[in-house]
Design a protein around this ligand. Sequence first.
Ligand SMILES: O=C(O)CCC(=O)C(=O)O
Ligand SMILES: [Fe+2]
Length: 197
Amino acid sequence: MDLFQQNQLSPFPLDDGTVAVLPQLPFHLSNAEVLARLIAETDWRAESVILWGKQHLQPRLTAWHGEAAYTYSGLRLEPLPFTPLQLALKQAVEAACGQRFNSVLLNFYRNERDSMGMHSDDEAELGPQPVIASLSFGAERTFILRHKQTKQTLKLVLKDGTLLVMSGNTQKHWLHGINKSTRPIGPRVNLTFRFLF
Ligand SMILES: O=C(O)CCC(=O)C(=O)O
Ligand SMILES: [Fe+2]
């Protein structure tokens, strides 16, 4: 293996989309310290969303930080300013993927019962080819990608410190999500950095 490739994103083979993975984002703090600080310092919210006309509590906690409000599933999230830790993580992610971001959605999966339903991040304010940089800390969870037409399903285990970047037509042709599990799973925090136009 070429040692110089270890700090670079590697493409994950995918039809009709572009996904790349970096197993460990270079950062000056340990993954454990980042996880502990994100859990303790974030103003976590249990948000309700409207699905098929009914109000549901999301099966995870969230926070929205950055420069613009975000609207999805009938929910309008007013942004909080970036914290110093979030800004440092944003800079590390920007350096790794050569893209700028102005917002971040934080997701806190408290245990195996927390999840995220299959969706595309395809809101108009993300532009026609959104670049979404997803950074994970804590327990491993399986990230599922499902093609909207062919139903091809791919699974990727997202480990502590992993950066996954979706770009190109990924949101147009693929859904993604995180399933619940029957096996006990510890806490995980995921940050999805986005650019809102
Ligand atoms: O937790 C994850 O890995 C997925 C997060 C996600 O898809 C999102 O925030 O839109
Ligand atoms: Fe997403």
